[in-house]
Design a protein around this ligand. Structure first.
Ligand code: GDP
Ligand code: MN
Length: 355
């Protein structure tokens, strides 16, 4: 489709993409959605876009998860709109409740103080973020389906462009582990102690005093999230409402230990740590930078922000306005930083974490 690769992206598409009408080769993959019954109409809208723009030619399956049982109406209507298989999973309290070590009175007090932060006072949002950080990838149904890759979808998102190749196969053929469309600056009020905890974790798991954030992999993307001193988190993260990733990324010992360490510190409840910073910080510290992929060609909207390809060759396949794209023009976007972290090999310096 592209011979020279799109502009702005050093991570060019250089492989032979499977043809659009190829209905035989498939990745072992599917869509995963955490959603409430009350979001049915918005869910149908998201599915309509995904199906029309991509999945009608591929028929990948869908997995819906919810901490309440799905209604018959929800199941019927979401099944009717796709030719892919649909699966519905219940999230029980082993994955959606307070761990024993959390002081729920304290958590409630902290929520009261956070009315100035997005979702700061919401209890359910915190369970959601904790679930998306630490549990969806080990939900019994997700394990049973055994997908090598997943694509996260949310209700009420838009997909603007025809996708005539298979992003899962692209990931597989290019050894990619984490794919995104939008990178963003988190509200620092959600995670005042997160970076401190991350640094503690990195120190605790490193053998010496001298800690390299590039360990155990060299050439990580750590400069996406911090400067060369490693002192502060700059709040950059990839939006997880669109996320195409390898399921086993989160099943590694490294991530499970990382999540467990964070969970014990209580910041999912005492603060309002988002799953996006948690995923992104881990990926930026533990993956090789070549294992990321920016899906610049996928026009996508979530809430009031959108990514729309600027490339003229893509314009005919998209119905978004490239002038409105977040990428390099909006201060909330972290794309420039991502590109800098990706391209500047001089950024790989050691970081000393004070004892
Ligand atoms: P935002 O994207 O950060 O504004 O948060 P959303 O409200 O979109 O929530 C993120 C995802 O989690 C969406 O797919 C929601 O449908 C889902 N979600 C959020 N809260 C709940 C909840 O309490 N129960 C369920 N089942 N899904 C939820
Ligand atoms: Mn959302």
């Amino acid at each position: 489709v592209w011979t020279t690769g799109p502009p702005h992206n050093p991570n060019q598409l250089s492989v032979d993409l499977p043809p659009a009408d190829n209905r035989t080769t498939r990745a072992n993959a599917g869509f995963v959605v955490l959603v409430r019954n009350s979001e049915l109409v918005q869910m149908i809208q998201s599915m309509y876009d995904v199906e029309q723009r991509f999945n009608k030619n591929f028929d990948y399956p869908w997995l819906f998860l919810n901490e309440e049982p799905f209604t018959e109406e929800f199941k019927e209507r979401t099944t009717a709109i796709t030719n892919g298989k649909t699966h519905y999973g219940f999230v029980d309290e082993s994955m959606w409740s307070y761990p024993s070590w959390i002081n729920q009175t304290l958590a409630a007090e902290r929520r009261e103080l956070m009315s100035g932060v997005p979702y700061g006072t919401s209890e359910s949002y915190r369970h959601m973020c904790r679930f998306q950080s630490g549990f969806f990838w080990r939900h019994p149904l997700f394990l049973e389906l055994n997908w090598e890759y997943y694509w996260r979808v949310e209700p009420n998102v838009r997909y603007y462009c025809d996708i005539d190749y298979d992003p899962f196969l692209y990931m597989k053929q290019n050894n990619k582990k984490y794919g995104f469309t939008i990178s963003f600056v988190e509200n620092a009020g959600t995670d005042p102690s997160l970076w401190h905890v991350v640094r503690d974790y990195v120190s605790a798991t490193a053998e010496g005093k001298r800690v390299y954030f590039n360990r155990p992999v060299k050439d990580t993307l750590y400069r996406f999230i911090t400067d060369h001193t490693g002192e502060n988190y700059n709040q950059c993260h990839f939006w997880t409402n669109f996320e195409i990733a390898r399921s086993d990324l989160w099943r590694t010992d490294a991530y499970q230990t990382f999540f467990g360490y964070l969970d014990v510190k209580g910041g999912f409840f005492y603060e309002r740590w988002g799953d996006a910073p948690v995923h992104s910080i881990f990926a930026a510290l533990y993956l090789h930078k070549d294992e990321f992929h920016y899906f610049h060609d996928i026009g996508y909207r979530h809430s009031v922000y959108e990514h729309c390809p600027k490339s003229e060759t893509l314009a005919s396949r998209c119905y978004c306005d490239p002038a409105k794209t977040l990428d390099y023009s909006d201060g909330m976007s972290c794309l420039t930083r991502y590109m800098d972290a990706l391209m500047d090999s001089n950024l790989d310096k050691s970081i000393t974490v004070a004892e």
